[in-house]
Design a protein. Structure first.
Length: 99
């Protein structure tokens, strides 16, 4: 009998650990006295078995059994990949030769 597990959608903020990423999920709450909508963010450590996630990716995470001291979530799917704008070393070398 499988229970309903919590799921969240968030953005990957760190992938420096092996098979672990830090996901920042935001939620909106209304302040009880001032009735202003307040944005709150929470950071979760999630298990990424194949090290597929990069910084800036939007992912869906789900609750799971404790995998380590801090890790209680796992990556279900990568919703969108981050736009990585990088310069190749060859492009830099060609730019220096032109000048």
């Amino acid at each position: 009998m499988e229970k309903n597990r919590k799921t969240r959608i968030g953005k990957v903020t760190s992938n420096k650990m092996n098979k672990t990423v830090v996901v920042q999920a935001e939620s909106l709450h209304r302040h009880p006295l001032y009735h202003k909508v307040v944005r709150q963010s929470t950071r979760f450590k999630a298990h990424d078995e194949n090290n597929e996630c990069n910084i800036g990716d939007v992912v869906k995470i789900a609750e799971t059994r404790p995998l380590s001291k801090d890790k209680r979530w796992r990556i279900v799917e990568i919703i969108s990949k981050a736009d990585i704008v990088g310069i190749l070393k060859d492009d830099v070398d060609q730019g220096n030769q032109e000048n």
